[in-house]
Design a binder for this molecule. Structure first.
Ligand SMILES: *[C@@H]1O[C@H](CO)[C@@H](O)[C@H](O)[C@H]1NC(C)=O
Ligand SMILES: *[C@@H]1O[C@H](CO)[C@@H](O)[C@H](O)[C@H]1NC(C)=O
Length: 287
């Protein structure tokens, strides 16, 4: 019984990974910003193929990614369910910790941990990081430098369309400040937005999801380079055990109606039930 369950998990994980790998790949979606010029000079950026290859089939494999392969990853969403969870130590104990949109961690570290190895950021957050780093207000600037310096080698990875966009200029400016302040943080970009990889949900759940959340897309990306994934902070309902659950653990924003949160939640619960991931809701065990 135990063995057949193990086999089922193995097969399901394999099938799941094979599907996701068609759509997500850190070598294409998390590229060192320092390799941007190489990509522009030696590759066809939209097709991600080598210029010297006239058949336009050979991938642009001369750009590099800071992402390696990890045994255990924590994918941490920003959900209010994390408040009072005391999951911080458990989250930080993973080999690689992934978050979205560079959320504040230190003041909440008992619940959310304080390590971030990879954070995927959208346009709004990229602009905020840039603005804070260039701020004349020393307090504001220092807070952002501290946040970027919290985990050595933290990767700040942009998620949307990047090539020749305004985002490229912002990232250049952020990279400069990081170099100047001798931080070990790394900035990274995708050759093409991986948030547009809708086809994967068609294959996984048989439905097209137009607005899969950044969190779910980040999880899909992570599943291509992590053996075991635990997920925290993904809970879309507004109450849990008769208590109100805010949308974010760190502010009072209300959710955007565009996302398919209920369907996403069902998918995660299914994966959890099948043993493909650990989806943690509520309190973490503390000995
Ligand atoms: C700098 O920013 C901090 C935090 O937002 C604020 O409290 C402070 O008043 C600002 N200082 C100046 C000189 O604007
Ligand atoms: C992270 O939290 C741990 C305790 O949970 C603490 O020892 C460590 O100094 C913190 N790191 C940072 C960068 O705040």
């Amino acid at each position: 019984m135990a063995f057949s369950r193990f086999l089922t998990i193995l097969i399901l994980s394999f099938v799941h990974r094979n599907i996701t790998q068609k759509y997500f790949d850190p070598k294409r979606h998390v590229i060192y910003y320092s390799d941007y010029n190489v990509l522009m000079r030696k590759c066809q950026p939209q097709l991600f193929t080598l210029l010297k290859d006239r058949s336009r089939r050979m991938p642009c494999n001369i750009v590099r990614t800071p992402i390696k392969h990890y045994r255990t990853c924590a994918v941490v969403g920003n959900g209010g369910i994390l408040l009072d969870s005391r999951c911080g130590a458990e989250i930080d104990a993973h080999e690689f910790v992934i978050r979205s949109n560079l959320p504040p961690v230190s003041p909440y570290r008992t619940d959310v941990g304080n390590r971030t190895d990879l954070t995927t950021v959208n346009e709004k957050v990229l602009s905020q990081v840039n603005r804070d780093l260039l701020s004349k207000n020393a307090t504001v600037k220092k807070a952002m430098l501290d946040r970027l310096g919290e985990t050595p080698g933290m990767v700040l990875s942009y998620t949307l369309y990047f090539i020749r966009s305004k985002a490229a200029k912002k990232m250049k400016s952020i990279d400069k400040v990081i170099q100047k302040n001798k931080l070990t943080a790394v900035v990274a970009f995708p050759y093409k937005s991986f948030l547009r990889s809708k086809g994967v949900y068609q294959e996984l759940v048989g439905e097209e999801w137009n607005f899969a959340s950044t969190g779910l897309n980040t999880f899909a990306l992570a599943s291509t380079f992590c053996d075991k994934i635990s997920m925290y902070g993904f809970y879309p309902m507004s109450t849990y055990q008769n208590k109100a659950v805010p949308y974010h653990y760190y502010d009072s924003r209300i959710p955007s109606a565009r996302h398919e949160f209920d369907n996403e939640f069902k998918l995660l619960r299914n994966f959890h039930a099948q043993g493909i991931i650990r989806h943690v809701i509520g309190k973490c065990n503390i000995d």
